[in-house]
Each structure stands twice: as C-alpha cells, then as structure tokens.
Design a protein around this ligand. Structure first.
Ligand SMILES: CC(C)(COP(=O)(O)OP(=O)(O)OC[C@H]1O[C@@H](n2cnc3c(N)ncnc32)[C@H](O)[C@@H]1OP(=O)(O)O)[C@@H](O)C(=O)NCCC(=O)NCCS
Length: 242
C-alpha cells in the first residue's frame, strides 16, 4: 500500500470509530425512546444514513464520483434517506425516523442539526452553482418541511412541520406555514407587522416613499386646479385663402 493510501485509511479508521460513538451519543440526546447503544446501531436508519454518508462524502471528495453515488444509492435503498454524497454535513447530525428525507448536493449543514422524516433540503434551478440551502448550527426542521433554494437558515432556527421555506431566516427564529413566515424570535411570538419591521430584506425605502408621496400630492393638486381645456376649433369658420 502506498504511504498516501495508508495515511488515508488510518485517518478514516479514527474518524469512523469516533464518528460512530458520537453518533450514538447524539441519538441518546435527542430520542428518549433509545434504550441501548446496540439498539441505536442496529435499528436507527438515520444513523445508518449519516455513517454511510461520511464514507460517500469522502469518496466524493477524492473525486470517485460513481462509487460515491453508488454508496449513497445503496444507503437510500436501505434507509429511505437520500443524501447526495456532495452534501456537507457537520457533527452530531441526526435524522429522526428518516424515511423520505432528501438532502441535495450543494446543501451545507452545520453542527447539532436535527431533521425529522420527510424533510427536503432541495434545489431550485439547474445550474451547477450553489442551489441548495445552508443550515446553521442547532437548526431543527420538523417533519415534512421543505427548505428550498440557495437560502440560509441562521443558528437555532426552528422550522415547523409541513412548512415550505423559500427565503432566508435569521438566527433564533421559528418559521411555520406555506410559504414559511416567522412567528417567533428566541421563543417570543412576533406578529407579522412586527416581523416586517425587523426583517432586513424589507428595510424602508425613503427615496421610493418620497416619490410616491410626491406623486400622490401632484394628483391632488391636479384635481384641485382646473386645467383650462384647449379651445376646440370653430366648425363654421373657414380659413382665409391665399
Ligand atoms: C415549529 C415548532 C418547532 C414550534 O414549536 P414552539 O417553539 O414550541 O412554538 P409553538 O408551539 O408555541 O408555536 C408557535 C406558533 O406557531 C404555530 N405552529 C407551530 N407549529 C406549526 C406548524 N407546523 N405549522 C403551522 N403553524 C405552526 C402555533 O400554532 C403557534 O401559533 P400561535 O402563536 O398563533 O398560537 C413545532 O411546532 C414543530 O413543528 N416542531 C416539529 C416537530 C416534529 O416534526 N416532530 C415530528 C416527530 S415524529
């Protein structure tokens, strides 16, 4: 075996054992139903999917694309969870129940993220650039929720079950519904109006507002001031000849 290959295999071994232990601890943290390490290792499809993804992602980074894709396909057959080998996933990631989860190629997932069954981190567009979401640390995405496009969910964001999120969400917000709207920040409810005032994407536009005001005043003035009509040509008058 070449030194470079041996080095790769040794790193992989350390990563794998460390990864498995950490993954089991993560399940205990999130799932009160988990009874033993052996049960977690044998009966949690979310654990199988993420461990297989760690391998597939490594193959992908070594540019063994077909093998990487094949492994992710086998993982999908066994677990019902489809994670593209190109997806970047942080530590202590957990998919509870798992069936129907889809994670696209350019997705980026931070540490301590929790997804429930049926979640899609999907792409919009067909370009080769980033087209999937980026999830910050400690994000929770409820069952069946869809997070679509090149958007960012900040740290500690919670996405309600069944929501469809198509715009970036700032840290600590709870977003629910279709399309997703923020209903709480740091656990404190916010009304839609309050949220609009806080939302960075909807900062006031003073120039546009001034123009709109001017336009409105101009219409009022036009209505007040009688603009003289242009005199109609006298039908009976004949123009002087010559
Ligand atoms: C979004 C979620 C994290 C919010 O939890 P929370 O912080 O405790 O917030 P609340 O339950 O107080 O809900 C806040 C508001 O959002 C609404 N809401 C909560 N979840 C919602 C959802 N999935 N869809 C639509 N509205 C939702 C609530 O009715 C409430 O509205 P109100 O203020 O008008 O009464 C939680 O409701 C959720 O969906 N978790 C996912 C859990 C899951 O998928 N479990 C699967 C287990 S198998």
């Amino acid at each position: 075996m070449l030194p470079r290959q041996r080095e790769r295999c040794q790193t992989l071994e350390v990563d794998v054992f460390h990864g498995i232990r950490e993954q089991i601890q993560t399940v205990f943290k999130h799932d009160p139903a988990a009874k033993s390490g052996l049960e977690v290792l044998l009966c949690y499809p979310g654990v199988h999917a993420i461990l297989l993804h760690r391998f597939a992602n490594r193959l992908y980074r070594w540019r063994w694309f077909v093998l990487a894709r094949l492994l992710s396909h086998v993982s999908r057959l066994v677990t019902g969870i489809e994670i593209h080998p190109g997806a970047t996933i942080g530590r202590r990631f957990f998919i509870d129940h798992g069936m129907g989860v889809v994670i696209g190629e350019t997705s980026v997932i931070g540490d301590d993220v929790l997804l429930y069954q049926g979640v899609t981190l999907g792409g919009t567009g067909h370009g080769r650039e980033r087209r999937h979401p980026m999830l910050g640390n400690h994000v929770v995405v409820g069952s069946g929720a869809k997070v679509l496009g090149n958007i960012e969910l900040g740290e500690w964001v919670k996405v309600g079950a069944g929501s469809v999120v198509v715009k970036s969400v700032p840290a600590h917000a709870t977003v629910v519904g279709i399309p997703g709207r923020v209903v709480a920040v740091k656990g404190v409810s916010v009304s839609h109006d309050e949220w609009q005032m806080l939302e960075h994407g909807e900062l006031p536009d003073p120039v546009g507002q001034t123009l709109a005001n001017l336009n409105e005043r101009l219409s009022l003035i036009e209505a007040e001031v009688k603009v003289p009509d242009t005199p109609e040509p006298d039908v009976g008058t004949t123009l002087p000849s010559g």
